[in-house]
Ligand binder design. Sequence first.
Ligand SMILES: Cc1cc2nc3c(=O)[nH]c(=O)nc-3n(C[C@H](O)[C@H](O)[C@H](O)COP(=O)(O)OP(=O)(O)OC[C@H]3O[C@@H](n4cnc5c(N)ncnc54)[C@H](O)[C@@H]3O)c2cc1C
Length: 650
Amino acid sequence: MAEKGVGLASEQEAREVAEAAREETWENRSLARGIFDGRVALDLVHPHPEPDPEEQERAREFLGRLTEFARDHIDGDRIDEEGWVPEEVLDGLRELGCFGIKIGREYGGLGFSQLTYNRALSVVASRCGSTGAFLSAHQSIGVPQPLLMFGTEDQKKAYLPRLAAGALSAFALTEPDAGSDPANMTTTAVPTEDGEAFLLNGEKLWCTNGPRAELLVVMARTPAREGVRGKRPITAFIVETDWPGVDVLHTCSFMGLKGLSNGVLTFENVRVPKENILWGEGRGLKLALITLNTGRLSLPSFCAAAGKGCLEVSRWWGSERVQWGAPIGKHGAIAEKIGSMAATTFAMDSVVELTSAMADAKRFDIRLEAAIAKLWNTERAWEIVDDAVQIRGGRGYETAASLAGRGERPIPVERWMRDLRINLIFEGSSEIMRLFIAREAVDHHLEVAGDLVDPRAPAGRRVSAALRAGLYYLWWYPTRWLGWGHWPRYGEFGPLATHMRFVNRASRKLARNLFYAMVRYGAGLERRQAVLGRVVEIGSELFVMTASCVRAHKLVGERPEDRTPYELADLFCRKARIRVGELFRQLFSSVDAQTYRVASRALDGSYEWLESHVVSTMADVERRSHTHSAATPPASETAEPAGAGAGASA
Ligand SMILES: Cc1cc2nc3c(=O)[nH]c(=O)nc-3n(C[C@H](O)[C@H](O)[C@H](O)COP(=O)(O)OP(=O)(O)OC[C@H]3O[C@@H](n4cnc5c(N)ncnc54)[C@H](O)[C@@H]3O)c2cc1C
């Protein structure tokens, strides 16, 4: 890793790189974009988009076989204990066609939809998170996804049949200094003298599947040259791991997903033919981000599957376990958790079904919906598994092996919790998802008034932006007050109509508040992450409410005798409305500035005194790393008690 700050991209450079990699245009409509803009385009998703019946028929048979295989051959506890997904499991999945679920049949794949793919991942992940991650890293972000989207016909013919037949692949973007911020990427690919290939050099961190993969998609810096966009272009390459110069430097292990094969990969003068560039020189970062836009739909399905598992276990234990004279599920505090878990799981599932159907329909721009699904489902699943551990009490904290060892049912809630935590970090951390969603949510305002709030824009452009914005907002602002969000609108939703009316009103209120925020903070809004975070939370809740109501309406339409979807959607929406109300009340909270000040003081060491009377972890780690390298003597052994307010910073 670079020494702190040395050689790293500046904030401005990082922003420019991210901006250049954005998809600039919106060629298709987006439900979520409309929600942030005060316009709920319900016609996009109501009636709920339907899958192709012929494909669903084929899918039923495939999912049936996969469910049997997962039940009989994938042992999540054993994989967790041994830290290894056995080759027989991967072979079994290969035989079922699971390495090419979305790859077209003309290339040897199964040619299934995003919906079927997500359902298949849910089945596998419900048995073992690590095995689910194998399939997802291979297909959602590994070579097949960018190849299907951006590959030439020759590239597809060369690689898709191999991938569908079971050649494991991986996605290599992250580096020690390039985590959320790709501007710091240092892996390079330099053209050879004959111009026929590139020499790849560098190191990639945390590459899932990397140590066992046959094929990689690798992002690397290529030289700036005429005809290639950007000052420091990034290009994507398909790389074969048996080429000379590709190595696994280290195999990583983690808190959960113990069976994952993940490592640090190094590239030393790896000769990559120029035919292996995906989508063209300089387009690699955009490719990576667009790949993630659809790839992100897998994690929400894992999370919905986790919600279902937690609900099943909590429901059983809530009735089975009797304490204080009643089943624990009858005690209000536990009932509250179980009720919320059922309603939230329904909402998570609705998000997966809707976003998958939208992806399959291919007539929507789902970048915002996929990001919301990723952010929202991963955070809810974490809360749900926390509740499941609490409901199981001490047994929730005990490993499955230990439970079995003393004759109890080996319910792996402890493993689920460890496995789920990473979902809030990889494929776009929650913080980065909030920034991404906020950026896209304000996009059309920036199109209209961007130059007005950009301090670097020349005076002429600012004046014309002021005129343009004046005219635009003269029309836009009143229309965000007008609109009918009351009875009898949305009557077809029956008991849920009231919630759809709320979504309609709250969406307009959200758009107005976003406008106030822009007026209030101007260009500084992008630094108001707490405010933007709340804007994103509100928009996300409204999207999820819509997904839940639309799905409940569809399910009740299919089986009118069963009203339970209404019950779940209704409870979810009531709770979401309380959260949205609170978020609006706190939108411009004055505690934000104070919190930021305290964080700055914490960072500069002003509260170091608070860390006294414990053994210092940092000093200990430093001492141990010095001992390992047998180099310089250790720093201080313990954190010395310091006087309150001493503010002694290192
Ligand atoms: C198990 C595992 C599997 C992985 N698999 C892959 C893979 O297959 N391929 C691959 O390329 N990568 C992979 N990764 C990397 C993963 O995508 C990164 O961990 C992730 O992008 C975050 O980067 P980072 O860990 O360096 O965190 P950092 O970028 O250092 O961020 C640290 C914290 O700061 C926050 N933060 C950063 N910037 C901002 C900001 N501007 N505003 C607010 N908050 C911010 C982050 O959200 C995070 O909470 C994997 C990681 C793990 C642990």
